[in-house]
Design a protein around this ligand. Structure first.
Ligand code: HEC
Ligand code: HEC
Ligand code: HEC
Ligand code: HEC
Ligand code: HEC
Ligand code: HEC
Length: 472
């Protein structure tokens, strides 16, 4: 009886510790930063100390310390609902900041919110400093290493606990046996316990659970990438440009034909049209001014500003505010700007600054920092021109109907299976078209085709399933 109870205890403590490990998730500052930049930075200053449309977020957890963390999370998800419900802290914020309203973020998970909060805190305390790309990479690696260490130490504690419990069980067992039979049998030593069926069983069980956990985790990762559609610093719409105005993909992504990367067009490409189109029908000046402010084009005079990178920010602000104001006055048929107009000018300029600057960049001049949507791991080689030019594959086959997307979203999974499946099924155009290069390079297929031994040549046949074709 006692023995079973102890076995149960040791197993359940194992379970407990293990699930504690699974639940334990380290705050991921990089994820926090990405969400903050795409979802929060339009209203909350990236330096965490100055107010913008919304309050500076530095020290926010301390300000909410009188309430459980759930309240702060709830505020971030449904601030207006919480204000209506009369939560004292929320009402106090509203009194201070109305009529500025914060968006709802119903889809943020607890983990994501904690990551944002962690990131806010780290920037505020100066612990998250100007990370170059390489440094970011290193941080990620270190995080993984940290996790492994944690796991190993937990496993060790677990093993120790299991052994101790098993030993107690064994001693109790022998005491009981001694009572029944009157003679004391040998109690089990540590070594016996370590090699016992139960210990090995637990180890195998742990391996299975770990495997399952990793698989599920990866599946979630993949699910999150497909459909990934981050907010961009400028509300650039493919639906407007490629749908409504029928601008060819290659006008902007002309590198797709010629090189490995399709590349995002530089701001100068935007200026081919937007020196003339200076006020949009949807956002007026709000979005297009971001383009001008990033490249230093003065829409009042239609001139590029000299030495723009070195110009102090207040002079720059004056130029663009003048432009926004003049368009506001025009659009509203006024003689002079009114109070609402002045407020609108400030609001728009604040948003321009927030979209173009962040803690590593305090000047609006410079390339627009588009948030990357597609991201194959470093160990995979993918080449656009190989597919677009040689393979004659349409952009839409891999990227979906981009000309209908207001916000660009990742259409395909980008998994290995996705590449492989297409390579198995797709015929190589070069053979169908009678391209000399292919006919020469793959003479045996050519012969087999003309001899009728082969119906078609797929990418698989020309080496498209070989590991080294796609992996460095
Ligand atoms: C459209 C503008 C806007 C966006 C976007 C926005 N906020 Fe806010 N936020 C505000 C305003 C305005 C307030 C002040 C309260 C109010 O008026 O509702 C606020 C208040 C807050 C507060 C309370 C601050 C304090 O001092 O107690 C937190 C926390 C917060 N926001 C977090 C976030 C996070 C996290 C995001 C991104 C996921 C975000 N906000 C996105 C406008 C915004
Ligand atoms: C007027 C210029 C322009 C045209 C035309 C254009 N794009 Fe883009 N494209 C951009 C810009 C700017 C971005 C970065 C912002 C974004 O992701 O929305 C982008 C991003 C993308 C991305 C995502 C890149 C990433 O970060 O992974 C894809 C895919 C893409 N474009 C495909 C297309 C396709 C397909 C077409 C034609 C149907 C097209 N684009 C037409 C300018 C353009
Ligand atoms: C065979 C599938 C496929 C086709 C066809 C394709 N792409 Fe891509 N595209 C990808 C993949 C995969 C990535 C991610 C690459 C990476 O992360 O290295 C990508 C990334 C991009 C990017 C992000 C920047 C870059 O170069 O990594 C842009 C922009 C883009 N594609 C535009 C286009 C346009 C425009 C076309 C058509 C002219 C096109 N793509 C055709 C698969 C494709
Ligand atoms: C070939 C011409 C052309 C190019 C190149 C071009 N655009 Fe546009 N853009 C347009 C047209 C046309 C409109 C629609 C204007 C309107 O609705 O009044 C537009 C609208 C916009 C709008 C919406 C403005 C609003 O308030 O409705 C934004 C934002 C924008 N473009 C950003 C960009 C960016 C960023 C680039 C460079 C990556 C770019 N455009 C390149 C022609 C172009
Ligand atoms: C929609 C179909 C399709 C998808 C999806 C696709 N490919 Fe391809 N791929 C092709 C075609 C077609 C060719 C042949 C091009 C040619 O004619 O040389 C090709 C060729 C290649 C080659 C050259 C193979 C060789 O031996 O010459 C590589 C490498 C490659 N693809 C990598 C990838 C990777 C990596 C992915 C996934 C991220 C991918 N492809 C996804 C259609 C596809
Ligand atoms: C047609 C291109 C292609 C070929 C051929 C290919 N792979 Fe991959 N492989 C990929 C892509 C794309 C990924 C990234 C998948 C992701 O990020 O989910 C990948 C990922 C992987 C991974 C990492 C898994 C992970 O979770 O990131 C391994 C390991 C791998 N491949 C091994 C192989 C081996 C071994 C072969 C040869 C039998 C092979 N690959 C052939 C495209 C290919």
């Amino acid at each position: 009886m006692k023995l079973h109870w102890l076995k149960f205890l040791s197993l359940s403590s194992f379970f407990f510790l293990f699930s504690a490990y699974l639940l334990y998730s380290e705050v991921n500052l990089d994820e926090g930063r990405d969400i903050f930049r795409t979802q929060c930075a339009s209203c909350h200053n990236r330096n965490m100390v100055d107010d913008l449309t919304g309050p500076a977020l530095g020290g926010v957890q301390e300000r909410w310390a009188d309430w459980p963390i759930e309240d702060l999370r709830y505020f971030i998800r449904f601030s207006q609902r919480m204000i209506e419900e009369g939560h004292p802290k929320a009402v106090q914020l509203w009194d201070q900041w109305r009529p500025n309203i914060m968006n709802n973020f119903p889809n943020l998970t607890d983990d994501e919110i904690d990551n944002i909060l962690g990131y806010i805190d780290a920037v505020y305390k100066g612990e998250y400093g100007a990370p170059a790309v390489a440094v970011t990479d290193r941080v990620v690696v270190e995080e993984e290493a940290d996790n492994t260490l944690l796991f190993i130490s937990l496993l060790f504690i677990l093993a120790l606990l299991a052994v101790i419990l098993a030993r107690i069980a064994s001693v109790l067992n022998s005491i009981q046996k001694a009572k029944e039979t009157g003679s004391a049998p040998r109690t089990k030593g540590i070594l016996d316990i370590l090699t016992s069926k139960t210990a090995i069983g637990i180890l195998i069980f742990a391996a299975i659970v770990m495997g399952g956990y990793t698989t599920v985790n990866n599946a979630i990762d993949i699910g999150r990438q497909q459909g990934y559609a981050p907010q961009q610093p400028i509300k650039f719409s493919h639906a407007v440009h490629s749908g409504l105005h029928q601008i060819d993909c290659q006008y902007c992504h002309d590198a797709a034909r010629r090189s490995k990367n399709a590349l995002i067009p530089p701001t100068s490409t935007c200026m081919n049209c937007h020196t003339a189109i200076k006020v949009g029908s949807e956002y007026g000046t709000a979005e297009l001014v971001k383009i001008f402010a990033s490249i230093g084009f003065d829409p009042n005079t239609d001139q590029y500003i000299e030495d723009y990178e070195k110009m102090p920010m207040d002079q720059i602000a004056a130029i663009y505010k003048e432009w926004i104001e003049s368009q506001y006055v025009r659009a509203n048929d006024l003689m002079f700007v009114d109070a609402a107009g002045r407020e609108e000018v400030e609001r728009q300029w604040d948003e321009v600054v927030a979209s173009l600057t962040h803690e590593d960049r305090d000047h609006v001049a410079g390339p627009i920092e588009w948030v990357r949507v597609h991201n194959l791991p470093d160990h995979v080689y993918f080449n656009h021109s190989q597919h677009v030019a040689a393979g004659n594959v349409d952009c839409a086959t891999c990227h979906g109907r981009v000309e209908e997307m207001e916000v660009l979203a990742q259409y395909s999974t980008l998994s290995m299976g996705w590449c492989i499946n297409c390579h198995r099924q797709t015929e190589v155009q070069g053979f169908t078209d009678g391209n000399e290069y292919y006919l020469q390079a793959y003479k045996k297929y050519h012969d087999a085709l003309s001899g009728g031994d082969m119906q078609r040549v797929t990418v698989e046949n020309i080496g498209g399933l070989q590991c080294q074709a796609c992996h460095y």
